[in-house]
Design a protein around this ligand. Structure first.
Ligand code: GLY
Length: 563
């Protein structure tokens, strides 16, 4: 224990010493329309659709498929996601295209005969995959809101896959790091594996994926959930011991849901309801922040960081207990968002001393009658806005390629609570609300969000990062609305995160600064460094004169494009 404390103390010294976040900067500015995504080529594809007269949903469909090619660690057709929409007239909508547990899934499918969790079974390999929702989601979004022909939206991805594209340095490095897993978890050698190492600038051509995308382009949902692609997925499952069946694929449907909306101070928040925990948690966190003088305390001051961590500790305890798929579990949404309930969660919190997470449990909201990912944000010329977070779960999902179809399957089953109290890959715990059941959607932290101010579109924001998505979006919103940063500065700014369990603050290098870090330590917080950054966000801010400012995350290859 003492050694752990000493190690954490020295880690903290390093964390505190390495500041240098460029918050005093402005992102790309455009006059009319913008796309911010994790890859410059995908942002250009979306911007081109907008330039040709497509609307924000048309651009979202094109960006989703383009990311499935150029950003294979999280862009996908073998995963799922959430889309939040605000139209120029103020109407809102939310699409849930989250993966579902296959029909043969069982509550104890990741446990051995003694009831112990079999490590990695829900995380890597064929059994880790949920039934993909992405293609159905894009078809649904297009049918309801699209304006351009479907085929024209899929075509740019077909061309990128068929001709190939140059790898960025970061992507080449990630592909090389995955080589061992790609070999171990695949029944046939995927085209991502070459004899040599990938290098920056190498052309990655994905011929099988191009054929799959052509089938989707020509046949829509049937190009994925039926026919050749479905047969290839089921054959892959049979070779690798997976359980996704033809019936699972044919039966998959995404769901339109009522977005969560709520006023916090001057801002109306529009975000994703369950099965995401993101919207509820974000609103709880922002509501708590509203009661304290964060601006006077200053950005990442010890007072502000302490308050934010104490709020996060309680909000994530609620997440573990109360949140799951609303189609299977009665999630007390209204009760969790009740102002008095949220306030009561902070009763007795010391503003000086850290609470031990063991002393914090989920609250009991009063019953009311009656949860590696990527995010893209889009605003079109008419002022329609789309906020999409999409995922395979961890980087390159289950590591399993569908042989002959050239795409990766998700490992989203790990987002279920495979055993009460057993932490998943993000260290998140859960129970009954998020237990595995056939056809159920696993709880998510994805938080695609849109903000209004004075009835007008103000910000489009979201992030990748598993459990840290919620706190990333939370901090960026506070950076702009409380601390007055630009969109780019707010995205650049260093981040920290607490999720109740494990009981420590994860912090980017230098995010808290030396003085704050030391005081936090003194108050009883434990701080652990996070290599590689927390979250990767994509935001668009509407400036007072109506122009758009992009916030593209420097932690990745992210880019803003538009006109
Ligand atoms: N797979 C990450 C999430 O949905 O929260």
């Amino acid at each position: 224990m003492t050694i752990r404390y000493i190690t954490l103390f020295f880690a903290f010294i390093f964390i505190s010493g390495c500041a240098g976040w460029d918050t005093d900067t402005t992102g790309r500015i455009t006059q009319k329309a913008m796309v911010v995504s994790a890859h410059p080529l995908a942002s250009e594809v979306g911007s081109d659709i907008l330039r040709r007269g497509g609307n924000a949903v048309d651009a979202a469909v094109a960006v989703q498929f383009a990311l499935a090619v150029v950003y294979p660690d999280a862009g996908n057709i073998g995963g799922g996601g959430f889309l939040v929409l605000r139209q120029q007239d103020g109407s809102v909508d939310a699409l849930d295209y989250r993966e579902k547990a296959p029909g043969k899934a069982r509550r104890d499918m990741y446990l051995d005969e003694q009831g112990n969790v079999v490590e990695e079974l829900s995380f890597k390999g064929h059994l880790a995959a949920g039934v993909p929702g992405t293609v159905d989601g894009m078809v649904e979004a297009h049918e309801r809101y699209g304006s351009m022909p479907w085929a024209e939206l899929v075509q740019p991805a077909v061309e990128l896959a068929a001709k190939g594209f140059p790898l960025t340095r970061k992507e080449a490095k990630k592909l090389n790091e995955q080589r061992k897993d790609f070999i171990q978890y695949n029944t046939q050698r995927p085209s991502f594996i070459i004899q040599d190492r990938w290098r920056e600038g190498d052309n990655l051509r994905l011929a099988e994926l191009a054929h799959t995308l052509k089938r989707i382009r020509d046949r829509g949902r049937a190009g994925f959930y039926e026919g050749e692609t479905a047969e290839l997925i089921v054959a892959e499952m049979q070779r690798g011991g997976g359980i996704i069946s033809k019936a699972d694929l044919a039966g998959y449907r995404s769901v339109w849901r009522q977005p969560l909306t709520g006023q916090v101070g001057d801002y109306r928040i529009i975000s994703m309801p369950p099965p995401s925990s993101g919207g509820i948690a974000l609103m709880q966190l922002l509501s708590i922040a509203e009661d304290y003088p964060l601006k006077d305390w200053g950005w990442n001051s010890a007072e502000a960081a302490h308050l934010m961590v104490e709020a996060e500790r309680r909000v994530y305890a609620d997440r573990a207990r109360h949140l799951g798929d609303p189609d299977f579990y009665d999630v007390p949404v209204e009760a969790l968002l009740d102002t008095d309930y949220i306030r009561s969660r902070m009763d007795g919190v010391s503003l000086q001393k850290a609470t031990d997470s063991d002393a914090v449990s989920a609250g009991m909201p009063a019953p009311v009658e009656s949860p590696n990912t990527t995010h893209y944000s889009i605003v079109d010329q008419e002022g329609n806005a789309v906020s999409v977070t999409t995922t395979l779960n961890s980087s390159f999902g289950s590591k399993v390629f569908v042989a002959g179809a050239g795409f990766l399957l998700n490992n989203e089953m790990d987002d279920f609570s495979v055993k009460p109290g057993h932490p998943n890959s993000y260290g998140l715990v859960g129970g009954e609300a998020n237990a595995v059941a056939p056809g159920k959607r696993m709880l998510s932290s994805m938080t695609p969000t849109i903000l209004e101010r004075d009835g007008q579109l103000y910000m489009v924001i979201g992030s990748m990062g598993g459990s840290t998505i919620i706190t990333t979006v939370y901090q960026i919103i506070l950076n702009v609305t409380v601390h007055g940063m630009s969109m780019q500065g707010a995205v650049n700014a260093g981040r920290f995160h607490h999720q109740w369990r494990p009981d420590w603050i994860l912090s980017e290098w230098g995010a808290l600064g030396f003085g704050t870090g030391l005081e936090m330590w003194w108050r009883g917080h434990r701080i652990a460094p996070k290599n590689g950054g927390i979250g990767r966000a994509a935001g668009i801010l509407v400036l007072p004169d109506g122009r758009l400012e992009g916030g593209a995350d420097p932690r990745g290859d992210d880019a803003a494009a538009g006109f």
